[in-house]
Structures are given as structure tokens and as C-alpha cells.
Design a protein around this ligand. Structure first.
Ligand SMILES: O=C(O)CCC(=O)C(=O)O
Ligand SMILES: [Fe+2]
Length: 363
């Protein structure tokens, strides 16, 4: 059946307000995306205009062994330059990664009605939200993506309220990746001369959330984006992408073999996870660690899924550059902000690269 939206309002209502999602629309059979999905030329993703990031993944099982210091240096060097790296032997079982992708397809493969039950405002729990694009009411062009977001409060509530198609694997992903996040933070803080204690861990990662992103096959990958340019708002993101590819990270600074502003494709590596530095860690480290600006391209042949775990501060937490680092740097590059305010600003605006950091930047 060919879709027959009489105007862009009825398309918006169908996809966004009624919760059919971009998948519901794509399933109708489209030969061309609606105008509302066409990105301005400067935001479109030209596959041929990107380089491939073929840095080998960092092997976390070498921590604690004879190559410990070298691995620590690789992690901090990646955090200081790209704001991203891939890891293997990360402690998240490889079978779980497979099960997560299956669970994501099974959640999004359900009839729209079942997913729409978790829409903002009607979801039976504030911990769970299903939606589409990022800030659809604010965006000039929509993102070709549906998502499910699951906030962690405790195991009991997760198993009770998260959707049954994915709750067990999502919880296990959160549990196992949290251990790695702790290890990575310990290393990154250690490099700043700061010891990570329970209080600091809680301040930086007190709120955890698992998302599932679904990017339906798209008839016009050259005109659309799956996710627009953004950095993640929290401390660290652990991202599982499937084998389809389409994740791009922007080069922050000129460096050997890489030019500032150039986009690198992050290839899927079987069994690996992608680690992103988020805005919070850039602020806390007074700019030493870079949050990674990234975006996602759509594909015309297959639906892609990705599953990030976000480790972020609680809303009541005050976030600012660490005193030890400011002392060393002689200047604070960011002001202290209530994380809730930072979050409201982040989610209250359409994606726009790293402009989210301006909220805390001192000029
Ligand atoms: O799908 C991806 O690879 C990345 C998704 C992403 O950037 C996000 O959910 O914040
Ligand atoms: Fe992201």
C-alpha cells in the first residue's frame, strides 16, 4: 500500500503523536521520504566524504597484566583526541550482545499499538519511553529513528516495568557494562590525578539508562539522517551497534593523518563495544577529555539497531571542572551547573553538534 498522507500534519500525527513511528510509516511502503525528513544539504551524510577509522579495538583483558600501562595510555589518548574508542574483552558476554540485537528487533517488530503504549504521557511508568526522532516538535527535519528508553532505578522495577520483549537482556547489559564503565572511569580519573571513590562514581554515573534505537531501511539515505550531529550528555556511553554500520565521529583537532572537521566511519567489529566520552566528562576534566560529536547514516537495504547504555549524573548533582584539574590548568573553562538544568537544555533543543556544551562554557 502506498502511503496517502494528505499533508505534512497528518504524516506528523501518524508518526509522532499516534506513535506509529518512522517504522510504521516505512512499513506502508515508501518510494521517497516525506519532505519533513529531508535534511538541509549541510547535514546530509556523504558516504564517500568520510574516512574509515580502523584503529584496532582496545583489549581490556590486558589491564592488570604486563601491558597495563600501555592500555591505560591508549584509553586516555583516545579520550583526549577522538572522544571515542572501541573495546573488546570488555566483560559483557558476546552471546548477550547477540541476544540484545534480537530483543531490539523483537520489540520494534511488534504492532504499533503495543509500542505506542509507552509513548510519553501515556507510558505506565516514567522509567520507560518510546518515541521517534529526538525532539520532533522542535526539529526542522526529523530523524529517521524510533527509540525505546529504559531508565534504571532498581532491578525489581526494571523487571516489572521495562517491556518484556527486552527487559532481561537490557538489565544484564546494564549490569555488565556498568562494571566496565567503572574501570574506564578509574583509569581516566587516575590520569587526571584524581582518585575515584564511591562518592565520585555516584556523582558521575548515578543515573543509568539503556536505549534501543531502530533505524528502518530508508529509501533516501543520501537525504536523511538516522541521528543528527550531537554529543552524548552524560559521562560515558557504551554502545552496541549491529553489523550494518553508519556511525560517524567527527575529528576535533588536526592530527597525524586526520583533519579537523573530517568525519570518520566507525566500522562494526564483531564482539566489540563503542565507548563515547560525553559532555559531562568534558566538563569535569576541564576540557581535557573530548565528548565525541557523532551522527548516524541510514541504509536503504536493511533496518539497523543500536543499543547504548548511558551513564549520567543524577539531576540533583552539581557538575563542574574538578578542583584538582582547575588548579593545574590555572583556569576553569566551564562553570558549575545543576545537572538537571544541563539535561533540560540538552533535551529541550534539536541536535546541533556540540553546542550543548555552550550551556556550561565560560568564554
Ligand atoms: O546508532 C548509533 O550508532 C548511535 C546512536 C547514538 O548516538 C545515541 O543514541 O546517542
Ligand atoms: Fe549519541
Amino acid at each position: 500500500m502506498a502511503p496517502s498522507f494528505s499533508d505534512s500534519d497528518s504524516m506528523f500525527n501518524f508518526v509522532v503523536r499516534e506513535g506509529n513511528g518512522v517504522k510504521g510509516m516505512a512499513d506502508l511502503g515508501l518510494s521517497k521520504v516525506p519532505q519533513k525528513y529531508v535534511q538541509p544539504p549541510e547535514e546530509r551524510i556523504d558516504k564517500l566524504n568520510a574516512t574509515l577509522n580502523n584503529n584496532p579495538p582496545i583489549d581490556l583483558s590486558k589491564l592488570g597484566g604486563p601491558c597495563h600501562d600501555q592500555v591505560v595510555d591508549e584509553i586516555s589518548a583516545a579520550a583526549e583526541t577522538f572522544g571515542f574508542f572501541q573495546v573488546v574483552n570488555h566483560g559483557v558476554p558476546v552471546e548477550l550482545l547477540e541476544a540484545l540485537k534480537v530483543a531490539a528487533h523483537s520489540f520494534f517488530g511488534q504492532p504499533a499499538k503495543k509500542k505506542a503504549a509507552y509513548r510519553k504521557g501515556v507510558s505506565p511508568s516514567p522509567l520507560v519511553q518510546y518515541g521517534t526522532s529526538f525532539a520532533p516538535e522542535k526539529e526542522k527535519a526529523l530523524e529517521w529513528k524510533d527509540y525505546l528508553s529504559m531508565v534504571y532505578s532498581n532491578d525489581g522495577e526494571a523487571l516489572r516495568f521495562w517491556p518484556e520483549e527486552c527487559r532481561e537482556v537490557a538489565l544484564e547489559f546494564l549490569r555488565t557494562s556498568t562494571k566496565m564503565v567503572r574501570k574506564l572511569l578509574e583509569i581516566l580519573m587516575g590520569k587526571l590525578g584524581v582518585t575515584l571513590d564511591e562518592e565520585k562514581i555516584d556523582a558521575l554515573t548515578g543515573l543509568k539508562m539503556v536505549n534501543m534505537n531502530f533505524y528502518p531501511a530508508c529509501p533516501n539515505p543520501e537525504l536523511t539522517v538516522g541521528v543528527g550531529r550531537h554529543s552524548d550528555l552524560g559521562t560515558l556511553t557504551v554502545l552496541l551497534q549491529d553489523g550494518i554500520g553508519g556511525l560517524y565521529v567527527k575529528v576535533e583537532e588536526n592530527m597525524e593523518g586526520k583533519k579537523k572537521g573530517e568525519w570518520m566511519e566507525i566500522p562494526p567489529i564483531p564482539g566489540a563495544l563503542v565507548i563515547n566520552i560525553g559532555d559531562t566528562l568534558q566538563i569535569v576534566s576541564n576540557g581535557r577529555y573530548k565528548s565525541a560529536e557523532h551522527r548516524v547514516r541510514t541504509t536503504s537495504t536493511q533496518s539497523r539497531v543500536s543499543i547504548p547504555v548511558f551513564a549520567i549524573p543524577k539531576g540533583t548533582e552539581k557538575i563542574g571542572p574538578l578542583a584538582q584539574v582547575v588548579k593545574k590548568d590555572g583556569v576553569a573553562r566551564y562553570r558549575e551547573v545543576m545537572f538537571e538544568d544541563y539535561m533540560n537544555n540538552f533535551f529541550g533543543n534539536a541536535h546541533g553538534g556540540k553546542k550543548s556544551l555552550d550551556f556550561a562554557r565560560i568564554y
